[in-house]
Design a protein around this ligand. Structure first.
Ligand code: 3HC
Length: 480
């Protein structure tokens, strides 16, 4: 397809980002919004995003003008008549989409491809609502669209020959990497990402750790580009809620039920960045938490990972003494038989910069505080949390990786596609399978078993394929 003119309907954060991506690649864009007010908001998104690139020296003033000049903004859908491709990015309401696609079908030339950027609705149903279901496809971008390199190209049973390949070719022309996926709720990325984010909200609600603690554990400990709450705010809590509803409707898995906390925030209009406030208040700098320092005196380290922690503490000038004020159990669960319970704190070093600090019901507040301060002294960011199997990172990351194994094993996507999708769609430093292999399959399997034993949640049980590989003594996934 010689695609030269593209329409984008809906100029919210995603739609405006998508319009910018096309214009940056030299295509003419017609951006359509429902009314003048929404159009002005869209213009604002385009201006802010390109201003950001300008201020970073990634774009010249002339380049910015050229990009903006390529985009015509209008409230008239009739101006899409000559578009070779139209991408829809309007709110996730099936009735709105059906009405729009019926209209596009009427207005656009017969050769035009109609694409939806839906994050949760079935592309098949959207296609079936038109008279050209063979030329309706999913073209799913990731937020922020100008930055994230992935496009999921969603084909349905109705998609005509060559249409997905055409759209994939266009995605490449935009500098993106297409991954071809079938029409299942959430596709690859949202199907894996959103349950993990939802689970973070459940843990927060359960008081497992604080918002900042969970974000720190996943960003600095697990090495993901953003913590789950910062990411939920970026995606939008309303969108996240909708995706969870759709996943739950398909899977009936209790873990996919949207966290009540998400519903509460959405009902209150706290939608994340788009409304200025969600889990974070984006209008304000995060308040600096008051430094409460404990009077640290003596320490003892026990547990399977004691050596590494002892080394860090020794380097900071701490000597091991018996009868110490605080006993750090490094690795494993804090075992009250091994030390005076009031002084015992579990420590789990995650990555090389974070330590989850688990207080038991018997740990004194002073000992917990002392343990957190000690972690700061040895250069680790403390994440205070409850004493639960897997801690914060295990419960969130390992369950997330386990879902990726199940997805692969279901035949929905290949290992490479899943790894590529999560790296390019969500900025992961390594794909789920690469992460699994670097952490160690056996370690993840064993932790999942412990987490399953604690929560008895079927989804936390190691995926049968993971278990099978470990049992066979393999430490990597066989790739064709
Ligand atoms: N719009 C445009 N550009 C942006 C931007 C935005 N909102 N936010 C950041 N950028 C650009 C910056 O200008 C910068 O560009 P440059 O390299 O050309 O200078 C680049 O992104 C990196 O930005 P920063 O240095 O300011 O910040 P970070 O290094 O912290 O990166 C991030 C920001 C790219 C957002 C990174 O944190 C990340 O990858 N986060 C994960 C995002 C993610 O997971 N997205 C997918 C969500 S799921 C989804 O969208 C699907 C939907 O259906 C729900």
């Amino acid at each position: 397809m010689a695609c030269e003119m593209v329409g984008v309907v809906g100029l919210g954060t995603m739609g405006a980002g998508i319009a910018e991506v096309f214009a940056r690649a030299g295509l003419r864009v017609v951006g359509v919004e429902a009314d003048e007010k929404a159009l002005e908001r869209g213009r604002g998104h385009l201006r802010v995003s390109t201003d950001r690139a300008l201020s970073k020296g990634r774009l010249t003033a002339e380049g910015q003008r050229e990009i903006l000049d390529r985009i015509t903004l209008t409230t008239s859908r009739a101006e899409l008549a000559e578009a070779d491709l139209v991408v829809e990015a309007i709110p996730e309401v099936m009735a709105y989409k059906s009405e729009l696609f019926a209209d596009l079908d009427r207005l656009c030339k017969p050769s035009a491809i109609l694409a939806t950027n839906t994050s949760s609705l079935p592309v098949t149903a959207i296609a079936a609502a038109t008279g050209r279901p063979d030329r309706v496809i999913g073209m799913h971008f990731f937020n922020p669209a100008p930055v994230m390199k992935l496009v999921e190209v969603v084909h349905t049973v109705l998609t005509g020959d060559g249409v997905a390949a055409e759209v994939a070719g266009l995605a490449r022309r935009l500098g993106k990497t297409p991954v071809s996926v079938g029409d299942r709720a959430g596709f690859v990325v949202n199907r894996l990402l959103l349950p993990y984010l939802n689970h973070a909200a459940v843990l927060l609600e359960q008081g497992m750790a604080t918002r900042d603690g969970i974000d720190t554990a996943m960003r600095r400990g697990a090495g993901l580009p953003m913590g789950p709450f910062a990411l939920l705010d970026l995606i939008g809590l309303d969108t996240s809620y909708e995706v969870m509803e759709v996943l739950f409707a398909e899977s009936r898995d209790r873990r996919h039920a949207p966290a009540p906390l998400l519903r509460e925030l959405v009902s209150a209009g706290l939608l994340g960045r788009k409304s200025g406030k969600g889990f974070y208040d984006h209008a304000q700098e995060s308040p600096v938490s008051p430094e409460t320092r404990s009077a640290i005196s003596t320490v003892r380290v026990i547990g399977p990972d004691a050596d590494a922690l002892t080394e860090r503490l020794s380097a900071a000038g701490f000597k091991q003494v018996s009868g110490a004020d605080v006993v750090l159990q490094a690795g494993g669960r804090p075992d009250v038989r091994l030390a005076p319970p009031g002084r015992l704190v579990g420590v789990r070093v995650v990555g090389d910069t974070v330590a989850e600090v688990a207080a038991t019901v018997l740990t004194s507040p002073g000992a917990a505080l002392c343990a957190a301060d000690l972690m700061k002294i040895v250069g680790l960011a403390p994440v205070p949390c409850k004493d639960r199997a897997g801690g914060v990172t295990g419960a969130l990351l390992y369950a997330h990786l386990n879902d990726a194994v199940r997805m692969y094993d279901s035949g929905y996507a290949s290992i490479d596609d899943i790894d590529t999708a999560m790296k390019l769609g969500c900025g992961y430093p390594a794909g789920p399978f690469e992460l699994l292999e670097s952490i160690g399959l056996a370690k993840v399997r064993d932790e999942l078993n412990a987490i399953y034993t604690e929560y008895r949640e079927q989804a936390f049980a190691p995926a049968p394929l993971l278990d099978e590989l470990v049992t066979a003594g393999l430490d990597a996934f066989p790739r064709p």
